[in-house]
Design a protein around this ligand. Structure first.
Ligand code: KIV
Ligand code: ZN
Length: 385
């Protein structure tokens, strides 16, 4: 069976959501949860974009050991050098360089001819390979690029040492049929394509990011990129939890393996939503509040007789406990620990005792302690030095 690598970019493209600004500690907490979720690659940030992002990427690279850590760079030596400084202590560092290949981007944004863009891509990928063992190269705006130019530049960049080629639908313009066709064309026409991973990266401007990603897999992509809850630039990125569950539920169609631990989905989604402040819509597939709720009498009757009548995914599969715990003054340490773990907080013992003490104090003042109360307690404890 073919293995599909899961590349999470919540901490980079996801953080590019308007209004979202994660601090170093928040990024690290999300990174730990992404490790538990089982992603293969984590894009921790864009080190040259700010000192804060540089430090966040460096601390993730030093802490997370079971995931390959990457950072974004423009096609410049200085971005690549800064990224290396941030990533060099990672267990498996990798670089992600992007350069646009569509006529509109080359002419108006880069002010370069296609030949100049090809040479720059070759030079920067070769330079990056003098430092990084893995280099992903993204043809930004691939879906609006000339297909034969794309084939040409991809071949050259692979010769220069790229280990992953990413073909993003940067502006969310493609349909599944077109996006799949582009992957098939590149697979069939780039002679050295078998030397690299081929990656899909979709945006959701027309609401097709997940469908496009699945079409890419059907047509030869063996890496997919996305974010938790689908957050990201403009309308967002392909939602990783939706891709993960689609691959699992439709194994009849998608005969691929991956390392994801699906029961970590809800916890990961909740943590990302709380830290980014981006509320998950109730009708959002897989993680929305209503995703497993049945309202109509006919549906309720069917589900009571046999859940499969209207439920293709069980809540347990994605880590939703059907018996949600309500905490109050009679709750003990065990229930408290269970509840905060459901929320994505796995604390060392001394922090757990500290959090439990604050919780007990609060129960003297409040009958029912809400998730928001717990979140405030836990954030206080985690940011205390
Ligand atoms: O959408 C995009 O093109 C990107 C690139 C940086 C890969 O996010
Ligand atoms: Zn993107």
């Amino acid at each position: 069976m073919v293995h599909v690598n899961i590349f999470d970019t919540t901490l980079r493209d996801g953080e590019q959501s308007p209004g979202v600004n994660l601090n170093q500690l928040e990024k690290l907490e999300i990174a730990k949860q992404l490790e538990r979720f089982g992603v293969d690659i984590m894009e921790a940030g864009f080190p040259a974009s700010s000192q804060g992002d540089f430090e966040a990427v460096r601390s993730i690279a030093r802490t997370i050991k079971n995931v390959s850590i990457t950072g974004l760079a423009r096609a410049t030596k200085s971005d690549i050098d800064i990224a290396w400084d941030a990533l060099k202590d990672a267990q498996e560092p990798r670089l992600h360089i992007f350069l646009a290949t569509s006529p509109i981007h080359m002419q108006y944004k880069l002010l370069k001819t296609p030949e100049e863009v090809t040479q720059l891509a070759i030079d920067m990928v070769s330079y990056a390979r003098t430092k990084f063992p893995h280099v992903e190269w993204s043809a930004e705006d691939a879906t609006r690029s000339d297909l034969d130019y794309l084939v040409h530049i991809v071949e050259k960049v692979i010769d220069a040492g790229a280990t992953v080629i990413n073909l993003p639908d940067t502006v969310g313009y493609s349909t599944p049929e077109e996006y799949g066709r582009m992957f098939r064309y590149v697979r069939e026409n780039v002679p050295n394509i078998h030397k690299v991973q081929l990656s899909a990266h979709c945006h959701d401007d027309l609401g097709m990011a997940v469908a496009n990603t699945l079409a890419a897999i059907e047509n030869g992509a063996n890496q997919v990129e996305g974010t938790i809850n689908g957050i990201g630039e403009r309308a967002g990125n392909a939602s990783l939890e939706e891709i993960a569950v689609a691959l699992n539920i439709r194994k009849d169609k998608y005969d691929f393996t991956n390392n994801l631990v699906l029961k970590e989905i809800k916890r990961t989604s909740d943590l990302v939503s709380r830290f980014t402040g981006m509320v998950v819509p109730p009708n959002k597939a897989v993680v929305g509040k209503n995703a497993f709720a049945h309202e109509s009498g006919i549906h309720q009757d069917g589900v009571l007789k046999n859940a499969l009548t209207y439920e293709i995914i069980t809540p347990e599969l994605v880590g939703i406990q059907s018996n949600d715990l309500v905490l109050g003054k009679h709750s003990g340490r065990h229930a408290f620990k269970d509840k905060i773990e459901q929320m994505g907080f796995l604390l060392p013992n001394e922090k757990l005792i500290e959090a439990f003490t604050s919780f007990k104090l609060l129960t003297d003042r409040k009958k029912e302690v809400t998730d928001e109360d717990l979140f405030a307690i836990l954030t206080d404890i985690q940011t205390a030095v």
